[in-house]
Design a protein around this ligand. Sequence first.
Ligand code: FAD
Length: 440
Amino acid sequence: MKIIIIGAVAAGTSAAAKARRNNDSAKIVIYEKDGDISYSGCGLPYYIGGEIEDIEQLTPRDAQFFKKKYNIDIFTRHEVLKIDTKSKKVIVKNLSTDEIFEDNYDKLVIATGASPFIPDIKGVDKEHVFFLRNVKHAQNIKNFIDSKHPKHAVIAGTGFIGFEMLENLILRNIDVTIIEKQEKITPNLDEDMALFLENMLLKKNIKIIKGSFISQIQDDKVVLDNGKEIKSDMVIMATGVRPNVKLAKEAGVELGVTGAIKVNSKMQTNIADVYACGDCIETFSLITSKPVYRPLGSTANKTGRIAGDVLTGGNLEYRGNLGTGIFKLFDIAVSNTGLTEKEAAELGYDVVVCHNIKPDKPTYFNGKEMIIKAVADKNTKKILGVQIIGFDGVDKRTDVFATLITYGAKVDELFHLDLAYAPPFSTTKDPVHYTGMILE
Ligand code: FAD
């Protein structure tokens, strides 16, 4: 059996490694148009900020590693130009030599990921304007800071990448203003939680402008739609991503309602022997079963592994996601899992919410308050979603809630959870217990 995989970051390499574990003898080939493979995109902001000194720490595996450990052939700087699903072949261009050749597959995996969304703004192509998606982008940003020493930066977008970049540019002594087109920051938070976070950030003197978008980028400033000008000799566009679906679409692979590739729970597309995984696919909500587009590394690894398993005869199936996410901004941690209050209400749930403010540990162990907003369904009493803003222990509570929602826990079950307690870690009744007690 010959397996061809297109794309060698999170999903493509996960698919390849799992396929090899299941099948010793298959020939596995990955084509990747970039020079870097299997890197941690999630670590890139911290490389720019200097916390991660060497880019090699984020790119620990090269093509030789995959050859030696898994007998997988990865061809970098090779772009797949076309997929012919009838004759089961791909047309590939070697970007180093310009040679074009064909290769045949028995099973094909499309793991082409996503690309930054480039808004139509005058000046967006200037050399001090950056997008952050891959290793090359991160190196370009770092080189620019090291050589040009920018003093003022504007970041467009208040999603996790925007805020992670905000922290890391401030660590490089750059004065940063972050701009959000919507009237509230952070897409995954309800309005009240977003306002709470905004107030925390304002106390840290973070400059935030909401309800405005950039209409023009000049060499030393950006101009907003309301005419306001902001000094800026560097701009980061963190305005979201779009799935890379052109190649798949041209081959007749069906797209879903979100515009990403439609797959079933086994990562199979509408075309026999063609699978897709990672940021190029549409997944579904574990709560509503409705299609969602959640381009996250956690999901890309999982869906890649499922594709690799199924195409080699395994029976793994995707069970849906909660869109669980977390990011940090200096000492603040912000997370979400499941539905927001707004989403739940729009879906027709009879919503009940609570805001629970509790310390993560006793005060004698330097406990600090976190705020938990929990959303539940009045009729079934099931927890639907949680948002948390705090300092320490936000990740732990988020994961407990994600697990509870996954297994359909009801609010009155939270109090009975036997959670780990000792003063250096939590309080006798944990913030999770209290959330259930308030909601009951
Ligand atoms: P990609 O990483 O996009 O890789 C797809 C690859 O396919 C690309 O290298 C591309 O060159 C290649 N390709 C495309 N078309 C072709 C073609 N025709 N021929 C050959 N090759 C092709 N996720 C989290 O869960 N948590 C985080 O904290 C987090 N932080 C992030 C921070 C940053 C700054 C960024 C950029 C992303 C972050 N993510 C995070 C998201 C995570 O990195 C992505 O979800 C993950 O990389 C997706 O992996 P993928 O393999 O599906 O796609």
